[in-house]
Design a binder for this molecule. Structure first.
Ligand SMILES: Nc1ncnc2c1ncn2[C@@H]1O[C@H](COP(=O)(O)OP(=O)(O)O)[C@@H](O)[C@H]1O
Ligand SMILES: [Mg+2]
Length: 429
């Protein structure tokens, strides 16, 4: 419990190690869903040490634990590395390291692997297993894709979107005996992959955007990857994969015309240029709207208004579309992405999965020819996942192109025509 009695409402009794939660804060290690919101200090080492310092542990013990925790979560960076320079997945590991270092009695993790690469998911799972081993700590994990945690948990509780509990019992009981029923109601159940329509796949290749000997980075002199050559074709989806920190998001921003290449070029084919300059980085924001739509890794970085409906209308209004057209597009997208009931809500108050769908929808609202999506499926249950896949599949069949940064193997299997895997092999700095 983070707040006191004034924050929210509670009924019933909650005890942590026999005490009221506010008296047992040091015993509870909580990792929130949004890793951005948990970074506190400017340097990696200090950030991980923060919780231990609050516990008043001796310095030597703290730094020993910090080193162990960073190793455990696979964050192999100098202690002085700036936390502002971390990728989303690296921040997720950082938050977990801070909590593991405290050796809590209760470990609470909210979608701890949502932004991790598949190898990272296993590393983090094993790190948690090691921490739990030989302690009597309790462990609660909130997760859409439960397979990875299955052998670490004794009990699975499935919450219903309408409130209440859909299932509660041993992993065998819930995932096997009740598996089919749960899968039908949109829960990810191992062995029950969501159904989605297969793609029509346009034949022939019509290039839309290409990159030549591209070097990328957030700032001059800090190259993250180089020698990238790629072509994105009409009606095709290119998947960008690779480990956390390999430069996927940086490449996405560069292809999306939002970040200048350090060297080499990104070139739009004539069909995409449509009267604008050849290089997307030179386009005005209004030119970008109908050409390339970029969905950021962190949806909150994208929200501009206080209402879901207004958020969806920002792009179409900037294009000066007639009000009736704006309304029709907004209503269509609300419906399509199951957000109609949230039309009047503040975007920042949505759940992680809803924020993700809203950020995808805001970009679709201006109907750009090319979409750059950074981890589009995180936080989705199997039903909204299948709907998103169906929607993207239709866009592809209509001739749109997509570059999708993803760790989601099922998404790649369902939609990708090609895959570019970035490696973390350090380039000369
Ligand atoms: N806002 C930023 N400022 C400076 N460096 C950053 C920023 N975001 C990420 N980086 C660094 O750039 C590199 C690539 O990051 P990123 O493209 O986000 O990786 P990925 O998306 O593959 O996890 C990493 O070394 C990361 O630490
Ligand atoms: Mg990224």
């Amino acid at each position: 419990m983070l707040g006191g009695d004034d924050d929210g409402e509670s009924r019933g009794e909650l005890l942590v190690a026999g005490r009221r939660p506010e008296e047992a804060r040091g015993e509870v290690g909580l990792v929130l869903q949004d890793p951005d919101s948990q970074v506190i200090l400017a340097r990696v080492g200090d950030d991980v040490a923060f919780g231990c310092e609050n516990l008043g542990l001796p310095r030597e013990e703290i730094w020993h634990r910090v080193g162990d925790a960073l190793d455990a979560v696979g964050l192999r960076l100098p202690l002085a590395h700036p936390t502002s320079d971390l990728s989303g997945g690296q921040k997720q590991r950082l938050a977990l390291a801070g909590v593991l270092a405290m050796r809590p009695k209760l470990l609470l993790l909210d979608e701890p692997t949502a932004n991790l690469d598949p190898e990272g998911v296993i590393e983090v799972r094993d790190a948690v297993a090691r921490v739990l081993q030989g302690t009597d700590a309790a462990f609660v994990v909130i997760e859409h894709r439960v397979e990875v945690w299955r052998h670490l948990v004794d009990r699975v509780v499935v919450l219903s979107p309408e409130g209440g509990i859909l299932a509660d019992g041993s992993p065998e009981l819930v995932l096997e005996e009740q598996g089919q029923a749960l899968a039908n109601s949109g829960i990810w159940v191992p062995g029950h992959p969501p159904r989605h329509p297969s793609r029509a796949r346009i034949s022939g290749e019509t290039p839309v955007l290409s990159a030549e000997r591209l070097a990328i980075g957030r700032r001059a002199g800090q190259e993250v990857a180089d020698g990238i050559d790629l072509t994105v074709d009409a009606g095709r989806l290119l998947a960008l994969t690779g480990r956390n920190g390999s430069g996927k998001s940086t490449l996405g921003l560069t292809l999306g015309g939002l970040l200048a290449p350090l060297s080499g070029r990104v070139l739009a084919a004539p069909g995409l240029m449509d009267g604008a300059a050849a290089e997307p980085i030179r386009w005005k924001s209004r030119e970008l709207l109908t050409r390339i739509g970029t969905v950021f890794q962190d949806p909150e970085h994208q929200f501009l208004t206080g209402r879901v409906r207004d958020e969806l209308a920002v792009g179409p209004r900037a294009l000066k579309l007639p009000a009736a057209v704006v309304d029709a597009r907004v209503d269509g997208l609300l419906e399509r992405l199951r957000l109609t009931h949230l039309a009047e809500a503040n975007p920042f108050t949505l759940s992680g999965g809803e924020k993700r769908r809203l950020s995808v929808a805001t970009v679709l609202a201006t109907q750009p020819r090319l979409l750059v999506l950074d981890e589009p499926t995180f936080g989705q249950d199997s039903r909204t996942w299948a709907e998103l896949v169906a929607l993207l599949s239709e866009l592809l069949d209509d001739g749109s192109s997509i570059v999708a940064i993803t760790h989601d193997g099922e998404f790649v299997d369902a939609l990708a025509d090609g895959e570019l895997r970035l490696t973390v092999e350090p380039v000369a700095r």
